[in-house]
Design a protein around this ligand. Sequence first.
Ligand code: NAD
Length: 256
Amino acid sequence: MTLNGKICVITGGASGIGLETAKCFANAGGKVVIADINIDAAKQAAKALGDGHMGVDMDVTDPDAVEQGFAKVFNAYGRVDVLLSNAGIQMVKRVEEFTFEEWRKVVSIHLDGAFLTAKAVLPQMYKQGSGTILFMGSVHSLQASALKAPYVAAKHGILGLARAIAKEGGEKGVRTNVICPGFVKTPLVEKQIPEQAKDLGISEEDVINKVMLGETVDKEFTTVEDVAHTALFLATFPSNALTGQSIVVSHGWRMD
Ligand code: NAD
């Protein structure tokens, strides 16, 4: 699977799944742009990947910041071949305890971010007659868990956005798919373990073994490498046979 000089933009690429996918894409010959709200970490990560890669400052919820970030990408490379819309956060509370601002913050990073970054690359991809957009969904794109209402709602919404883009982009050579990981031990998940233990009144061990891994086939976390390899498979897939799909990577937690 080779990316052979393709320009790949990864939002939220400075940490966790995005960072591992950046490494995987670079190893496969891609030129990677790490677009992240944490610009120092994005620049450092891009530098560690070697020459030809780039870190870009981008808050995916801010239309101006997204436009300016992609202007830098187009200036530097003149095109975008792969977008992985991956930036995300999690907040764990009961529905009635979320403030409206908290709800909007979670939904905005996932759903507005997916829309704004797709909107930024689509005209260029249509001009090129080719491109792949990958959205980072979740098992929570397909089912719910307690305490995660805005995240679950936004991740479900990403499926709809991806399917609409798949319909519009097919004839123009642009395809789009959603990756739906189970629990992956990144900072996003590490933070939730004590929070869920407190909210559910159970031990952190039970959060891991019962809540997070209870329904997997082997009680194992999905790894950042598992998700990165899936992203590479989708990024290099050569035809529209795979578009508008969601692929679950979850150690059997979710089976479709
Ligand atoms: P992470 O916390 O390690 O990384 C998230 C990255 O997003 C960070 O670099 C952060 O700076 C960046 N970010 C946050 N807000 C941003 C914004 N407004 N604009 C730009 N960048 C922003 O988390 P992760 O676990 O690697 O999560 C990456 C994606 O994978 C998220 O969309 C998450 O929902 C999804 N996901 C994670 C898991 C899991 O178990 N970790 C499971 C399923 C899906």
